[in-house]
Design a binder for this molecule. Sequence first.
Ligand code: GDG
Length: 474
Amino acid sequence: MDKAEFVVVANRLPVDHVTDPDGEVTWGRSPGGLVTALEPVMRQADGAWVGWVGQPDLELEPMEIDGMSLVPVRLSTEDVELYYEGFSNDTIWPLYHDVIAEPRYRRVWWEAYQRVNRRFADAAADVAAEGAIVWVQDYQLQLVPQMLREARPDLTIGYFHHIPFPAYGLYSQLPWRRQVLEGLLGADVIGFQRVADAGNFARAVRRQLRFETKASGITVPNGDGTTRSALAKAFPISIDASSYIELAQRADVKARAAEIRESLGNPKRILLGVDRLDYTKGIRHRMKAYGELLDDGALSVEDVTLVQVASPSRERVAAYIQLREEIELTVGRINGDHDTMDHTAIRYLHQAYPREEMVALYLAADVMLVTALRDGMNLVAKEYVASRVDNRGVLLLSEFAGAADELGSAIRINPHDIGGLKESIMRAVTMPAAEQGRRMRALRRRVLEHTVADWSRDFLEALAVFHDKREESR
Ligand code: GDG
């Protein structure tokens, strides 16, 4: 395989299983926001994408899909259990989301995390051309920047952190807090969702490593008496807004939205939640508030229905198994108390849907509930806004989601405040069309003027400064 001038390293490759008409299983591109944003860069720069295909124990050769070179990294069943489900999703994920669930610190998980990060770093080092730009994605790969820097000082390395970076008081619980910071500091540019995340990171670096930080700059010692500088800064991620607008304008999608409303018994208002089934998303909090409004008689199931899509996620991790049980118990109780033969309180869907169906749901929803207890960004909020080409609909948005920094015209909520959440839901279901329009137009302006393409361009421009400096000094 040819060497690449631009390399993306992510836990997952952007591919899914496809079964041919003759029954043969191959791989096809899975269209996520990140691939869409990076595709132009990948094509232009002979890009390669290093990642796992999502199934254990598969040894695959590098492949070309739609002009992208994909470099599969093999994970064994044990790696998946220890590195992915263990350290990534049962240590880092809960710790970085403010300990909503209790993080578990296991030394065997940490060993596996180091081992697997090394494998990703080796694969990236193998495929990267001299002086290439490498962009590492997310919390599963925090050690890769330093590993790469040591193996390949010629590379320019970026890292983007999709989830929150916690306050120092929490971060300092991590038994390997120094190693993780050093791992990240192998990058030239370390990107975060919010200004606050970048601030938390800089503080952890000052407290733990005693490195100097100034505005977004960090002075990193090279170990030989010299130093280099790194940039730690907010680059809020976004969506491919035009693809949502296109779907929202399609006749079949609009017809489907009408059909959804019809099949729910034509309620006056549809409330919608769309989340991976994850304890960070505040699904129980929104159900509690909604259930109490039904109990109080402030809402009735003839008038209002809550549709909750909870797409299956991390189903082998204990905290997720427990969460699913709690939520399904809650749904059963609320529906049992309030359903009629024709109307349901909560239409709960533990399923994943195609994008067309998601946009039809966004179009059908009068109120979108984003009640995350902690969330790096929350793209669902932005997708809802982009889809509302009619400038109607109300977004309730948790202040603990990164999106709250940008979407000031949403109704801001604190999901822990159930009383306040109930008031906000009532305000949303009774909001006059004119106010909906005013707010939605302002929200749409922001989402349309800052798309995922702007996000990747801004990040790569910051990285290019380091690349150019390195080229000059060669
Ligand atoms: C992490 C951070 C950050 C969900 N169900 C279905 C489906 N989805 C899609 C949504 C959205 C995406 O999944 C979820 O993105 P979020 O941003 O809401 O949340 P996380 O999965 O937790 O993502 C987050 C993000 O990374 C990006 O940096 O914003 O804070 O936690 O696009 O639409 N899509 C389809 N069917 C489903 O059933 N097609």
